[in-house]
Design a protein around this ligand. Structure first.
Ligand code: SF4
Length: 392
């Protein structure tokens, strides 16, 4: 009896939450060690163990004294998100479904190309912005990812490609913050995670190889320019406010010209004046793909050092849009090209595993009810289609 009482008493002790070292940037890990009365430089050793050697057990960090390892293990740990599944496309694209704390899942994609390998990383579970042509937007929104959950995606990819073995050639050479979510709505965590991507004691990627893509968070673009110099991509998708209000609702708050101006200010803050903004433009059949749209876009961007990336829309169930025709795509590209712009067309990759741009959906415990409304609409449309078929 007395034994049972003792056990109950122990069970009722609140579990002290440990600090997850995974998402701590160099300065944060230094602060953390200092708060424990330890030397800041130990942080560099810990960063290297976690992000360059793939070690997650503090006791295996053997150049740290046994005493420190023991006391650190009392208050800290390295916890990674859980990989639920991995799918490989015939074209070499790889997609992971990754479960985060709380049960929701995000998707992450790796796209190999001749001269590089790009990892498309998510910053939020779902997305609050609800762009009309985006599968992620239809999933609603759950929460921001922590810095550990963001950098954890890169860790998972590195481990998956055996990159922690120094003899293995690095497969992930570029990271784009273009997965699920609007990165600048999760500013601090995204900046911390990007700092780890750039840190020579962690992943050591060059600032040109880490790209943040935003749909138009103007104040945060300005803020980003004060603390970071990663490459910036702006998702425009329309050349005028009327159309963009419809496709990218955040435009009603921050209109197109203010967005383009913020990108220009971002470049002005860079010490290197050869940097360019990447402009992303998803082309949908007879929505934003006409000649006049290309001409309007050309005028809009004339003062912005940029390259334009055209993305043929990747359809998903119930999207209501069709992809651009080859003819319209060619005309759009030529108009911009003839006006002096560098234009690339993004080739669709990972189509067979629904990993193409704009198709990432994950499994979001939606807090916004948007997913429910979207599914209801989809069901109603399917019923209507069946009725039409029966009548025919
Ligand atoms: S396009 Fe980007 S910003 Fe817009 S809903 Fe999708 S994930 Fe969010």
């Amino acid at each position: 009896m007395s034994q049972a009482v003792e056990v109950t008493a122990i069970d009722e002790q609140p579990r002290k939450e440990k600090t997850n070292l995974l998402g701590l940037s160099a300065s944060r890990i230094g602060d953390f060690l200092e708060s424990l009365g330890e030397k800041r430089f130990r942080g560099t050793q810990i960063l290297k163990w976690i992000h360059q050697q793939g070690v997650t057990d503090i006791n295996e960090m053997t150049n740290i004294s046994k005493g420190l390892r023991a006391s650190l293990s009392e208050v800290a740990e390295v916890i990674l998100p859980e990989v639920v599944s991995v799918q490989d496309s015939v074209d070499g694209t790889r997609k992971w479904l990754i479960r985060m704390d709380g049960g929701s899942c995000i998707e992450m994609v790796y796209i190999p190309e001749r001269d590089r390998g790009t990892l498309c990383v998510s910053s939020q579970i779902g997305c609050a912005l609800d762009c009309s042509f985006c599968a992620t937007g239809k999933q609603g929104f759950n929460r921001d990812l922590t810095a550990g959950e963001i950098i954890g995606q890169l860790w998972i990819a590195a481990e998956s490609f055996d990159q922690f073995d120094p003899k293995t050639k690095r497969r992930v050479t570029n990271v784009v913050m273009m997965g699920m979510g609007e990165p600048l709505m999760n500013f601090d965590n995204v900046v911390d995670a990007m700092n780890l991507m750039l840190d020579d004691n962690a992943y050591g990627l060059s600032k040109r190889r880490v790209t943040l893509s935003t749909a138009g968070m103007v104040p945060e673009v300005d803020k980003l320019g004060d603390v970071s110099d990663v490459s910036l991509a702006i998702s425009l998708h329309a050349p005028n406010d009327e159309l963009r209000n419809e496709l990218v609702p955040i435009n009603r708050k921050y209109p197109l010209q203010t967005f383009v101006d913020s990108a220009k200010r971002y470049l002005d803050k860079m010490p290197d004046n050869r940097r360019k903004i990447t402009v992303e433009y998803t082309l949908m059949d007879r929505v934003n793909d006409r000649d006049e749209h290309a001409k309007e876009l050309s005028v809009l961007l004339r003062d912005l050092p940029c390259k334009i990336n055209l993305i043929p829309f990747n359809p998903f169930p119930g999207s209501g849009y069709k992809t651009v025709t080859k003819v319209a795509l060619g005309r759009f590209r030529d108009i911009l090209h003839n006006d002096g712009y560098t234009v690339t067309v993004r080739t669709t990759r990972g189509d067979d595993i629904a990993a193409a741009c704009g198709q990432l959906a994950g499994e979001v415990n939606d807090r916004t009810k948007r997913q429910e409304r979207y599914k209801k609409r989809l069901d109603e449309e399917q019923v209507q289609e069946q009725v039409v078929k029966i009548i025919e």
